[in-house]
Every structure is written in C-alpha cells, then in structure tokens.
Design a protein around this ligand. Sequence first.
Ligand code: SF4
Ligand code: SF4
Length: 82
Amino acid sequence: MPLPVPDTEESMVECRKFCGPCPSFKPNKLNEFEPHALFCSRGKSEKPVSEIENKGCSCFGCGLFSKYQLEKGYFCMPNKLG
Ligand code: SF4
Ligand code: SF4
C-alpha cells in the first residue's frame, strides 16, 4: 500500500529532479497550474485532464516513489490512464 508523501521542501527537491525533466511536464505547462508539482502528495494537476497530453511519466525513478511504495505513477493526470 502506498504511504502518504509529506508535502515538504525536501520532497520538492527530489520531485524537481523527476517531474522537472519529465516529458509530460514542460510541454503541458503543468508548472502554471496548481499544485505545480509534487502531485503524489498534493494531488493531480488542476489543468483539465482532457488538455494534458500524456508523453510519459518519470516518477518511477524518483526516490520518493520507492520510499513511499507508490504505485502507477502519472500522479498529475491519474484519469489519463486506462
Ligand atoms: S513520485 Fe513523481 S510526483 Fe511524486 S515526488 Fe516523485 S517525481 Fe514528483
Ligand atoms: S507526475 Fe509523472 S507524469 Fe506527471 S509530471 Fe510528474 S513525472 Fe511527469
């Protein structure tokens, strides 16, 4: 079961290394919509999911993904899957 990810600066430091260069992040300008990043803790992007183009997810290499036993990835656009 996934554990809760703390919404801290320390988490953001790790998130920037993975959401930052993620192929879905910049092209979709996810930084311009709340909650900007750290979607595994803060929840999905407020950008309408129909307007987000899925170009892949870099969460799987993130240290928090394994540390908090996260599953699935794509935390910014969970409804985009399947
Ligand atoms: S798992 Fe994804 S959303 Fe969560 S901190 Fe890592 S890169 Fe960011
Ligand atoms: S949650 Fe995953 S898909 Fe979304 S921006 Fe971060 S790394 Fe990319």
